[in-house]
Design a protein around this ligand. Structure first.
Ligand code: SF4
Length: 288
């Protein structure tokens, strides 16, 4: 494995395009939250697959389709690269590893679990996060796995739309598991881990930002162990998908925050193609 490209942003995010031995590449990120807005202040975000089968409409990785699962060594190699980079730059040691890079980690489940166990053993780290679009049976498996051990994991579920119909247009996997199924799994996970599952909601103009969407979200989430995290869509130049501005995001947040637990997401590394798959896509464009 080797670093093909490294980008650094002013907010202390280092992003790496990592070349694999078979000439594929994935992205890994080191983020240092100097202002301590997040629970973990120094985290590494790793990829779990080359490409992704989920085909989410808003995602640069999803456009390319699935190539292959990563191995445990390839996942640990990304942690090593980020750790070496942060060490050279004099940034604080890693306190959590996040599976939210390229790929759907729950479709490479056994390897992700082995990687977590090796990171725990070799680095003495026990804090993890995982982002999924909602592979329902694996969410229950993960909850059962965590019940047995001393690993702490926070789950981030990418919802992005409050109805099956709207979500299907953004995330084709909704055909397999609908909004209610995935939120039931997210709530069950939260009961086991005693920590609210984070429901990610990326605002896109005219797609999921209306007052009806707010009412539907409140109906879905109120009274459940779930926390809505509102974020801005990272513009990937995808037809008919546009971001909304910061004032509109604040307005959406203000309208919903008294009814359900919710917060705004800080978009680390946005200025350095921080969105999943953007750096890899740029490199491919540059190299034809
Ligand atoms: S958002 Fe995640 S699950 Fe969806 S296509 Fe991109 S990498 Fe895959």
């Amino acid at each position: 494995m080797k670093i093909l490209r490294e980008l650094r942003s002013e907010d202390n995010t280092f992003k790496y395009l990592v070349g694999l031995d078979d000439r594929n590449s994935v992205e890994a990120l080191y983020m240092h939250d100097r202002e301590q807005r997040l629970t973990y202040h120094s985290t590494v975000c790793v990829s779990s697959q080359v490409g992704c089968a989920m085909g989410c409409r808003f995602c640069a990785t999803g456009k390319e389709g699935f190539v292959r699962n990563l191995t445990t060594d390839e996942i640990l190699g990304q942690v090593d690269i980020c750790d070496n980079g942060r060490h050279r730059a004099g940034r604080p040691p890693i306190d959590a590893v996040v599976f939210a890079g390229m790929g759907e980690p729950l479709l490479n489940y056994p390897t992700v679990i082995t990687s977590i166990e090796r990171i725990r053993e070799e680095r003495d780290l026990c804090h993890f996060e995982l982002a999924t679009v909602g592979v329902v049976p694996r969410i229950y498996d993960l909850a059962r796995y965590l019940k047995k051990g001393s690993i702490h994991m926070r789950l981030n579920l990418s919802l992005h739309a409050p109805t099956d119909e709207k979500r299907l247009a953004l995330i084709p996997f909704t055909k397999k598991y609908g909004v209610h199924d995935i939120l039931d799994a997210a709530a069950a996970f939260a009961e086991v881990t005693k920590s609210k599952t984070r429901i990610r909601y990326m605002l896109m103009r005219g797609i999921n930002d209306t007052d009806e969407d707010i009412d539907a979200l409140i109906g879905l989430l109120r009274g459940r162990p779930l926390k809505l995290i509102i974020s801005r869509y990272n513009d990937n130049n995808i037809k008919n998908l546009r971001p909304i501005n910061q004032l509109e995001i604040l307005d959406f947040h203000n309208k919903i925050k008294d009814s359900i637990d919710c917060d705004l997401f800080h978009n680390f590394g946005g200025a350095i193609q921080g969105g999943c798959g953007q750096l890899r896509q740029l490199a491919q464009d540059a190299h034809g």
